[in-house]
Each structure stands twice: as structure tokens, then as C-alpha cells.
Design a protein around this ligand. Structure first.
Ligand code: EPZ
Length: 438
């Protein structure tokens, strides 16, 4: 029986919200633990479907994984890792599975996998990963969609990324930590989640330095040691809460986030007229929604530009702002599908190529919509909070993949949002309807 997310118009989200660990940091750091013959401990780990999936993948390779969901603590003992074949299901379910490639090449000298499924965002190839592993002395055999990579000895090279790919940077980085010599990654991705990975690798004993403008230098060592590491807070979850408050005229406080990793996004919120307080004396971000927000335009870019993973939720805020907004998605070839779903709620959006032109409207109206990816699910939930009546969102798996109880955290701020089986929709809806009448 299908589960859906039922969202009812919820005015003025208010209160303090605590963030989970960042999905895009914890997945790669879990993969990096394959570099260590020993038991490591990760803290502030979100309990999400993707973390469960990565845990299963590590176990399939021979690691012992224990997750205390209540304490958000994960133990990974990668002492006995001999298997190098990634099962097809893992690759199909989660693209981040490709992040075990670098660690396995460094540890075992081989890996067999199927290409990660393209997804709705586009082809999402791994050619930058492959090209650079070949430069490091890896022999790649490909047939249809199976890929085997083998190396007797990884070689340190000066590697130039044609695009600052997060995954390619992370995969090469992890392989280079145990590669004799100095590996250089030029035009590297420097997202906060990449930096958290580097912090974890340095704790293991890796020798990693930065060189301007965006170069990472890694001097290989012979052995890495088990660590205890706390995952950074999720800036994308923080952005989701801020936008939920923005569209409901709310006022929230997020104590744990470092505003310094969200500058462009926060700049855009301020340009809309919202009040964003941070820095000395605030400790985190204090946010108060503008009564009549102004529409702003923005384009997505690699960090520190506007994060593509906040593009969909930010589009919702433009749908309800005064004026016109031009949104340009430059990171993915096809990450504007949520616009079609927002049109069902009464938004005014014209999509052409990489660009969405939004004309703000004063009201949205609840409807049945479909989430196409993790961030589209968050965006539709935010839209449902502002829309009159009920919005029913299918594609709950996306919501569960990317967040740890986002619905529960939103409820604590006053949101009427529930994940339920589709057949109990009627009961819940009538209960809220009765409450409205009281
Ligand atoms: C990471 O994906 C994140 N996922 C994504 O978050 C995020 O959107 C993306 O970085 C950009 O910030 C994780 O960290 C698990 P890329 P990744 O390599 O590493 C193209 C979310 O919602 N490309 O920087 O796959 C690619 O198709 C997810 O949390 C190639 O062409 O991103 C895309 O258009 C979605 N060839 C662009 O580069 C390659 O070999 C950026 O990809 C690799 C990538």
C-alpha cells in the first residue's frame, strides 16, 4: 500500500529547530572508512534510507556495521574487507554507491560495479571518475553497463577536473590517501561536505593540503587509522526549514548551522526582504519572514555558488513572492521537473531549457502532486504548507532518502504534515477539517 505525504495549509512556522548530520557528508565518509583496517565511530549520523543503503553496501563488502539510530551513532569495522563487487541493486538504488570505488582501488586494487543509474536529474555519468582513475594507472574494462577496474599500483598524478565534480573529487581524494607520492586535484570541488571528508581523512592520518585557487594536494601514506568523527550539520536541511518559514510568514531559529557555508543562499533570502540574523551573539541563524517577500532571480553553481540542492525549494518561495524571477539550473541538465508539479498548485512558471521564469502569485491551492527527487519532495512539502487546503505528495521514498524525520521536525514548528498510507487519507483529512470548524 502506497504511503503519501499529506500537507495542509500551515501558517507561521515558529520555534527552534535542530539539524541532522549532512546526508552528502555522511555517505562519502562512511565509504572512506573502507580505507581503514579497524573500527571507526561516526556521530550525528542521520537515520535516513540512504544511510541504511550505504550500511548494507559496506556490509556486502565485508565490513561490520552497527547503527544506534536513537543515538545517531554508527560503528563501522572494516578490518575484513575482501569483496570488491558491488551488487547491481546497490548501484541502482543510490548513485553515492560509486563512492566506494576510490577506497576499494586503494585497498584491494580492484572493483566491479554497474554504472550508477541515471536518474531524473539527467544522465549523471561517471566519466570524470573513470578518466582520472585511468590517469592514476587503473585499467578499466567496460561492457554494456558493467565496469571492472583493476590496478597493481595507483600512481600519484596531477589531475585536472574539467568540472568541479563533488563525487569525482571525493573518489580521487580517497584513493590518493594511500597512493605513494603527491597527487594533485586541480579545479576540485570544495563543498562543505568535501571539507568534512577531508577533516575525517586527516584524522585517519592522511596528509592533505590546499593550494589556491581550488587545488587539493594529497601525499600518500602507508596506513590510515580508525577515527571518531562527528558529521557536520546539513546546510540543505537548514535551507529547507528557512524556506518553510519564509512561505508561511514564520519566524525560526537554527542554532547549529554555520551561516558561513550558506552565504549566497542567505543573500538571496535577504534580497527577498526576509530578516536573516547570524554571526556574533546569534549563534546560528535567526530568521523572520517578510510580510510581502519580493521575487529574486538566481542561478545554481558549484560551491560557494547557489546550491543546486536548494533550487527546487527556493523556486517555491519565488512562486509566492511579488514579481518575476528567473531561475537558471546550471549543475544538472534536467532538474526543473518540480515546476510541472508546482503548476498543479496554481503556480505560474514557464520552463525553457535550463531556465524557469516564475511570476509570483498570491495564493497556491492544494492538489495531488508527485515528487521526482529528494529536493523536489522537500519543495512540494513546502508548497503544501502555504497552499490552501490539502496537498497529497507521492514519492515518499525520496523524502525518506534525503532526510531524517523532516516531517516530525516540521510538525514541531507547527506544520500540518503527515506521512500516511493513502487509504487513511480520508480519515486524517476530515479530522483536520473538523478542527478547522471548532
Ligand atoms: C553530489 O552529487 C551530491 N550527492 C548531489 O546531491 C549534489 O547535487 C551534487 O553533488 C552537486 O552539488 C552526494 O554528495 C551523495 P557532481 P555528485 O559530480 O557527486 C556531472 C542531493 O539531492 N558529472 O558534482 O553526483 C553530473 O551529471 C544530491 O542530495 C559528469 O558529467 O555531483 C552533474 O550534472 C543530488 N560526469 C554535474 O556534473 C561525472 O563523472 C555535477 O555532478 C560526474 C558528474
Amino acid at each position: 500500500m502506497e504511503e503519501v505525504i499529506l500537507v495542509e495549509q500551515s501558517l507561521k512556522l515558529t520555534g527552534e529547530v535542530h539539524l541532522s548530520g549532512a546526508k552528502n557528508a555522511v555517505l562519502v565518509i562512511m565509504a572512506s572508512l573502507l580505507l581503514v583496517k579497524g573500527k571507526s565511530i561516526l556521530k550525528n549520523v542521520p537515520h535516513s534510507a540512504d544511510v541504511d543503503q550505504m550500511s548494507k553496501l559496506l556490509e556486502s563488502l565485508g565490513a561490520i556495521v552497527k547503527f544506534d539510530a536513537a543515538m545517531h551513532t554508527l560503528e563501522v569495522d572494516a578490518t575484513n574487507v575482501e569483496n570488491y563487487s558491488i551488487d547491481h541493486g546497490a548501484m541502482r538504488k543510490m548513485r553515492a554507491s560509486v563512492l566506494v570505488m576510490g577506497p576499494l582501488l586503494a585497498r584491494l586494487g580492484k572493483i566491479a560495479l554497474t554504472y550508477p543509474g541515471g536518474c531524473v536529474l539527467g544522465k549523471r555519468p561517471i566519466d570524470y571518475h573513470i578518466k582520472n582513475f585511468k590517469r592514476m594507472g587503473v585499467t578499466i574494462h567496460e561492457d554494456d553497463n558493467f565496469l571492472t577496474a583493476v590496478t597493481d599500483c595507483l600512481q600519484a598524478r596531477r589531475l585536472v577536473l574539467e568540472y568541479p565534480s563533488v563525487g569525482a573529487t571525493e573518489n580521487i581524494l580517497m584513493a590518493a590517501t594511500l597512493t605513494t607520492g603527491v597527487t594533485e586535484i586541480v579545479n576540485a570541488a570544495l563543498e562543505p561536505e568535501v571539507i568534512d571528508l577531508i577533516d575525517a581523512l586527516r584524522k585517519m592520518g592522511a596528509r592533505i593540503e590546499f593550494k589556491s585557487p581550488a587545488t587539493i594536494l594529497i601525499e600518500g601514506v602507508s596506513k590510515l587509522n580508525p577515527i571518531e568523527h562527528t558529521i557536520i550539520c546539513d546546510r540543505l536541511e537548514a535551507g529547507t526549514f528557512l524556506l518553510a518559514a519564509a512561505v508561511t510568514g514564520g519566524e525560526i531559529f537554527i542554532p547549529e548551522i554555520d551561516p558561513g557555508i550558506m552565504d549566497v543562499f542567505l543573500l538571496k533570502l535577504e534580497e527577498m526582504g526576509h530578516i536573516v540574523k547570524s554571526g556574533a551573539g546569534v549563534g546560528g541563524i535567526a530568521f523572520k519572514a517578510a510580510r510581502y517577500p519580493r521575487a529574486v532571480s538566481f542561478k545554481t553553481a558549484p560551491y560557494p555558488g547557489f546550491p543546486t540542492d536548494l533550487q527546487a525549494p527556493m523556486m517555491v518561495a519565488q512562486c509566492l513572492a511579488e514579481g518575476e524571477s528567473t531561475i537558471e539550473e546550471f549543475v544538472y541538465e534536467n532538474r526543473l521537473m518540480h515546476a510541472q508539479e508546482l503548476l498543479k498548485l496554481g503556480a505560474q512558471i514557464k520552463v525553457g531549457g535550463h531556465t524557469a521564469n516564475v511570476t509570483g502569485v498570491s495564493e497556491l491551492y492544494g492538489a495531488d502532486v508527485v515528487a521526482t527527487d529528494i529536493r523536489a519532495a522537500a519543495a512540494l512539502a513546502i508548497a503544501g504548507l502555504a497552499a490552501h487546503g490539502c496537498t497529497v505528495i507521492s514519492g515518499v521514498n525520496h523524502f525518506r532518502r534525503g532526510y531524517d524525520q523532516l516531517d516530525v521536525k516540521l510538525q514541531a514548528l507547527g506544520a500540518k504534515i503527515n506521512i500516511m498510507h493513502s487509504d487513511s487519507l480520508k480519515l486524517k483529512h476530515s479530522k483536520w477539517a473538523r478542527e478547522e470548524l471548532l
